[in-house]
Every structure is written in structure tokens, then in C-alpha cells.
Design a protein around this ligand. Structure first.
Ligand SMILES: *Cc1c(COP(=O)(O)O)cnc(C)c1O
Length: 385
């Protein structure tokens, strides 16, 4: 039998508009270093997000690192971070040699639990070890309860980095995801909702801070006729060619959000009758960009996550477990964790144990979508016989 065509979780989806901007960079020989595409991509992204300024960088990870630098996080400082996330959210804290405390999720949003955060802040305050910064993630595109989280952080004077790497295009109460924190971070990695093949953006209403980010990102070169440096710098800027891809992608972002939501809806409709599947909820008054369609199989269900993943793999379909919580990763095994509940199993671990992500790329064809749905339904049918 012929191998079935591979269906990816989330692959790059070019619009055709990228070429014009890339060509412009070639025609003017602004292939490197910076140039018009970078300036315009920053301006356009800031305008989309509704913030004053943006700095285009080489990755979302770099953007988080720069935000920590700007906040002044150093060795010995503490940073709070969502536990249920991709490792890139927390790696930059290790670069700065700061301590991390991971915060549990809540089940209605899968994001940082404001109650667990409150508890962690109260305890830290008592112990005289308040964090300098907090990294909050908008998981799989779902907006975290940013208003509550910001209010708590204002009370304790903690600066907030909003990791919106997965939530570009999501909206909470008419505000764009990423624009709530003191700093917001987007990623244009190949698997994200739009891509520059690799890249990221740091956004903020603090224009001075963004200017400083550009300084750090270009080797912290002091203003002098010769090369002079008085601070550690980084080579973190985005190239003008890649910014051209980003400009073309940004023009179709709304279409990409619409298509991902449509894909989510197709899954939800197809699985409605299956009682052991629960779709990831969407918070009221928000637009979830549905970067990845994710669902859970309640504990005690007849079907386990691994069974579905195995069945999909046999059909050459890429599907994944939900992120493994960072407080359970060997890399962070000695780090503190604040749970949202008293039971042994945290919400983050519960979501990891029972959750999975389905192919959700905006370039999925109806036929491919049908294949994924059928593969999941087949497991359900086999179980009910
Ligand atoms: C992708 C991602 C990042 C990092 O982005 P890169 O551009 O790959 O460095 C950070 N946080 C989360 C939650 C992500 O999904």
C-alpha cells in the first residue's frame, strides 16, 4: 500500500504577497542588515497590536530574553512563569541565571491560574522574595486572564512579560493579545500562525524600552565613531529579507485566524457526539485564534491519549501531546511550583496527561481535515464495539 501523504500539525502557509517585499530587499540590496522591511514590519505589527512600539528580532525566545534584560532581571532575582508551556518561555530566565517559580494552570482557560498566582505573590511577599518579573503565556492561542493578572502584578510591583508567541491575532475584550503586559512577545517560527521562517517581535507602549531593546539586539554599540561597547550585547535583530516575508504574512493574518477557527469548528462539530472528547474552551468575550485545536479525554475515559496518537501516527498524521509542564521537566526539576489546588496532581499535569493537539494549519485541505476526523472517529467506533 502506498504511504498516505503526511499531514502536519502546523506548517508554513505562504500567501504569495511575501515575494514583493523580499524582491524589494534584493532590488535595493538591503538584504542585510536592517532596512525598510524591518522598519515597516515593526510599524505594522505595533499598529496591529495597538501598541506604541515594536522591535523585530531573530526569535520569540530572543524577545523574551530582551524583555528580561530591560526589566533588569539578573542573577539572584526571581521570575514567575506559567508551567504549562513550551520550554522557550522559561529558557531566557536561565540565561539570566535567575530563579524560577512555576505557576499552575486553571482548567477553564488552561492558562496561569490567577488564584495560584495570588497565593504565590502573597507568600513571596511575606518571605521578602517577590519576583522581579512574571512571564504569562497565552496557551495555544487562548488569552490568559490578563486583566486580573495585571492587577495582581501592579499591586506587588511586578513587571509582566506576555508570551503571546502562540496567540497573535487573539482578542480579549477588544484588545489584541500581547498588548496587555508591560512587554509582549510574538514568534514567527515556522509552526506559528504566521511565519518569517524564524523570527520574533518584542512589543510595548514603552518606546524608550523598545529603543533600548534594539540597542541590546545589535551588540550594545555605544554612540561613537569607533566601535565602543560598555554593556553585554546580543546579535538578535531580524534580517530585512525575513521582515519582508513577515510583511506579506501580516497582510493575511486575519484570514489565517478565520481559517484556523474554521478548522477548530469542523473538529468540534465532528466530535460533538463523542462523549469522551472535551474541546479546549474559549474564554467568554475573547477571540481565540485556535492556533492549535486541542482537546482532552477526561480521566477514566475508555480511550487514552496515546491510543489516539498511535492511530493518527499509523495514518501518517502528526498530532501531539499537550506541552509537558515545565515543573516536571528534568531541566527544571529543582524549581518551585505553586499549585492551584491541594490534590497531588496539578491542573497543568492533568491537562498534560489527558490533552492532545490536532493538525490545525491554515493550509489543511478539506480532504486532509476529513482524514484526521475519520482517524479519530475510528478509534471511538472501535471502542464502542
Ligand atoms: C514558539 C514559542 C516561543 C518561542 O518562539 P521562537 O520564535 O521559536 O523562539 C515562546 N513561547 C511559546 C509559548 C512558544 O510557543
Amino acid at each position: 500500500m502506498n504511504q498516505l501523504e503526511r499531514i502536519h500539525l502546523s506548517s508554513p502557509h505562504m500567501s504569495g504577497r511575501e515575494q514583493k517585499y523580499v524582491q524589494e530587499a534584493f532590488d535595493t540590496n538591503w538584504v542585510a542588515p536592517l532596512g525598510k522591511n524591518v522598519d515597516e514590519f515593526e510599524r505594522e505589527t505595533a499598529a496591529y497590536a495597538g501598541v506604541k512600539a515594536a522591535a523585530a528580532v531573530s526569535s520569540g525566545t530572543a524577545a523574551i530574553h530582551l524583555a528580561l534584560k530591560l526589566i533588569g532581571v539578573e542573577e539572584g532575582d526571581t521570575v514567575f512563569c506559567s508551567s504549562l508551556t513550551f520550554v522557550a518561555s522559561a529558557n531566557p530566565v536561565l540565561y539570566q541565571k535567575a530563579k524560577i517559580v512555576f505557576i499552575d494552570s486553571e482548567l477553564d482557560s488552561w492558562n496561569m491560574c490567577p488564584q495560584a498566582l495570588k497565593k504565590a505573590l502573597q507568600e513571596a511577599d511575606k518571605g521578602g522574595c517577590l519576583p522581579k518579573a512574571l512571564i504569562v503565556v497565552n496557551l495555544y492561542g487562548q488569552c490568559a486572564k490578563m486583566s486580573e493578572i495585571m492587577a495582581l502584578c501592579e499591586t506587588y510591583g511586578v513587571k509582566v512579560i506576555e508570551d503571546a508567541a502562540e496567540s497573535l491575532g487573539s482578542i480579549d475584550d477588544n484588545r489584541m493579545s500581547g498588548s496587555f503586559g508591560h512587554f509582549g512577545v510574538y514568534s514567527f517560527n515556522g509552526n506559528k500562525i504566521i511565519t518569517t521562517s524564524g523570527g520574533g517581535m518584542l512589543i510595548s507602549n514603552d518606546e524608550e524600552a523598545i529603543e533600548k531593546a534594539r540597542f541590546y539586539a545589535t551588540q550594545s554599540r555605544d554612540p561613537a565613531a569607533h566601535y565602543q561597547h560598555s554593556q553585554t550585547g546580543y546579535n538578535y535583530r531580524m534580517s530585512n529579507v525575513l521582515a519582508g516575508i513577515g510583511r506579506g504574512q501580516l497582510e493575511v493574518l486575519e484570514e489565517r485566524v478565520a481559517r484556523r477557527r474554521e478548522i477548530y469548528q469542523a473538529y468540534e462539530d465532528a466530535f460533538r457526539a463523542i462523549d469522551f472528547i472535551t474541546m479546549m474552551p474559549e474564554r467568554p468575550n475573547t477571540r481565540h485564534n485556535r492556533w492549535l485545536t486541542t482537546l482532552t479525554l477526561p480521566s477514566g475515559a475508555d480511550v487514552a491519549v496515546v491510543e489516539i496518537l498511535k492511530s493518527l501516527a499509523e495514518q501518517n498524521i502528526e498530532a501531539r501531546h499537550v506541552w509537558k509542564p515545565l515543573h516536571l521537566q528534568p531541566l527544571f526539576s529543582d524549581r518551585l511550583f505553586v499549585s492551584a489546588q491541594r490534590e497531588n496532581v496539578s491542573h497543568a499535569e492533568q491537562l498534560f496527561n489527558h490533552g492532545l493537539c490536532l493538525p490545525s494549519g491554515s493550509n489543511l485541505t478539506e480532504e486532509e481535515l476529513g482524514r484526521v476526523i475519520e482517524a479519530v472517529l475510528n478509534v471511538a467506533v472501535a471502542k464502542s464495539m
